[in-house]
Design a protein around this ligand. Structure first.
Ligand SMILES: NC(=O)c1ccc[n+]([C@@H]2O[C@H](COP(=O)([O-])OP(=O)(O)OC[C@H]3O[C@@H](n4cnc5c(N)ncnc54)[C@H](OP(=O)(O)O)[C@@H]3O)[C@@H](O)[C@H]2O)c1
Length: 337
């Protein structure tokens, strides 16, 4: 009897907060519950998460745009925290290590087990909240301004959603590489955020006179590169604003997929269209370490300046999704368990 009480007491002690969905749909499908996390398996560590990155892609796994393997399903792909337990055969991490990761599904939880080959050791001077804010988004920005197109001094770069997560880091990084940055935002309230993110010129998305203004800024030439994470609402305008021979990087579709892409007309103007996915650039341990090193170096050298981080309690993740999808968030959003 006593033994039974002791074990059930221990079990309730060990239950940790987690978000589950039992079907895909509106933000209300995100349910906060508690569960017992099993011991870490071979090659795994158990991480007590201090911060969890919120990414637009999380909404796709929640609403059904992307499939999930089975239900119940825990969304989220990014987190940072402290190793609390080490599974068999783990030699590269120990209890107390500060770690983060950028794409391991199931991150909306207080405590979770992760395989060590996908873990990054966090520098001492990066807080968990900063790490959870810049792993996915910083790595994506690194891919965009260094791998897809190496931004260089004197270029004119157009960044859509320049007050958002990835957009804000792309604007900052492109600016630090010497580009003139033109940013778009969805509402006047976001204008100052985009300016703080390094945009030299900020316009309301699809505002009247935007094309003329870009024409003036570029002295009639058109922009060199467009970083478009918005998609349907911006794509055709993005193409129009490029000079012949320019590049359009369609890396996301927060407004939906572009309805039609006229490849013949892109070819006729020698415009190169890229549709990159981070998973194709971070494919193994070495590329992961490279992206982490470059992103942390950018952080340390002040490329990102003061990070604008908005926090929601993990238990209020459905409000966070609602705000992200309603274009109410700015900057980098994290969930705090
Ligand atoms: N290719 C990759 O590997 C990769 C990796 C990470 C992220 N992404 C993509 O990058 C994009 C940005 O991700 P994020 O997590 O940093 O999100 P985010 O930029 O913080 O949020 C999305 C932003 O898109 C803008 N937007 C325009 N039309 C919208 C609409 N109809 N509904 C919602 N938002 C709209 C909003 O900014 P305004 O109101 O200012 O317009 C909103 O703040 C997403 O499309 C994501 O899928 C791609």
């Amino acid at each position: 009897m006593f033994k039974y009480m002791l074990s059930s007491y221990k079990e309730s002690e060990n239950r940790s907060g987690v978000i589950k969905i039992y079907q895909q749909g509106a933000p209300s499908v995100l349910q906060y519950t508690k569960e017992v996390v099993p011991e870490p398996g071979p090659g795994q560590v158990q991480v007590r998460q201090a911060a969890i990155g919120l990414n637009f892609i999380d909404t796709y796994f929640r609403d059904g745009k992307f499939p999930v393997k089975s239900f119940p399903y825990t969304p989220g792909v990014e987190g940072a925290g402290t190793v609390e337990a080490v599974g068999p055969w783990v030699t590269d991490f120990k209890v107390g290590d500060r770690v983060g990761y950028h794409f391991i599904p199931g991150s909306y939880s207080e405590v979770r087990n992760v395989s060590t080959h996908q873990l990054i050791t966090l520098p001492e001077d990066i807080t968990f909240e900063q790490a959870a804010a810049i792993l996915v988004k910083g790595f994506t920005a690194r891919m965009l301004v260094r791998s897809i197109h190496q931004v260089s001094e004197g270029e004119v770069v157009l960044v859509h959603a320049a007050a958002g997560g990835v957009g804000s880091l792309v604007a900052k990084w492109a600016k630090s590489l010497g580009a003139t940055v033109i940013g778009t935002v969805g509402s006047p309230k976001k204008r100052d955020n985009a300016i703080r993110n390094g945009a030299d010129h900020v316009f309301l998305a699809n505002c009247e006179g935007f094309a003329n203004s870009v024409n003036e800024i570029t002295k009639g030439k058109g922009v060199d590169v467009v970083y478009d994470g918005v998609g349907r609402d911006t794509f055709s305008q993005s193409v129009d604003l490029l000079h012949d021979g320019g590049k359009i990087v369609l890396y996301g579709s927060s407004s939906g997929q572009p309805e039609h892409i006229n490849h013949a007309s892109l070819r006729a103007r020698d415009i190169t269209l890229y549709t990159p996915a981070l998973s194709a650039y971070i494919t193994d341990y070495d590329s992961l370490q490279l992206y982490a090193a470059d992103t942390f170096a950018a952080f340390h050298s002040g490329v990102f300046g003061d990070l604008s981080i908005t926090k929601y309690p993990l238990s209020q993740v459905s409000q966070a999704h609602t705000d992200l999808e309603s274009r109410l968030t700015t900057g980098l959003v994290i969930l705090v368990p």
